[in-house]
Ligand binder design. Sequence first.
Ligand code: HEC
Length: 141
Amino acid sequence: MTRPLVRGLAIAACLTLTITVVARVCCADEPPPVKEIMQKAHKEKTGVLMILQDQLIEKTPDWPAIQKNTKELVKLAETLEKTKPPRGSAKGWNQRTAEYREGTNNLAKYVDAKNQDKAQGEIGFLASRCMGCHREHKPEK
Ligand code: HEC
């Protein structure tokens, strides 16, 4: 009498475990929403890019701090590249996010070389990418 019940419980436990494992694997790879990346990277005053912009204006830049923030920006750009656009074509999105990520890689190169002019120039390039992407991919309110 108890046997089928035990077996049933064992199967149920096994299924639950499988579902949990599959859910973990699936969602650990999922990038965070674009909005969250934008806030970390670009929010007025507190965004990593905005802080970098200020840090690179200094006469004697704090290179170790700039290097740390640049690494963070590269990571954010790499994550952005893995997302899907909330609006607009996947092709355009892939091009724009790849271009942005390349820009952050260039920035990292200039920062490692402590080349303030080039680093500022690259920040200017990244800051010139906002509008075009928003026009194409930011959901209208
Ligand atoms: C590759 C495309 C892309 C680039 C480049 C880009 N953005 Fe965005 N941004 C988006 C998208 C898409 C959203 C809308 C996210 C959503 O609401 O789902 C967004 C949203 C935002 C938001 C609103 C976040 C919120 O809280 O709703 C801010 C602020 C922002 N971007 C700032 C910037 C700035 C500043 C730049 C340039 C330095 C920039 N973005 C560059 C795609 C981009």
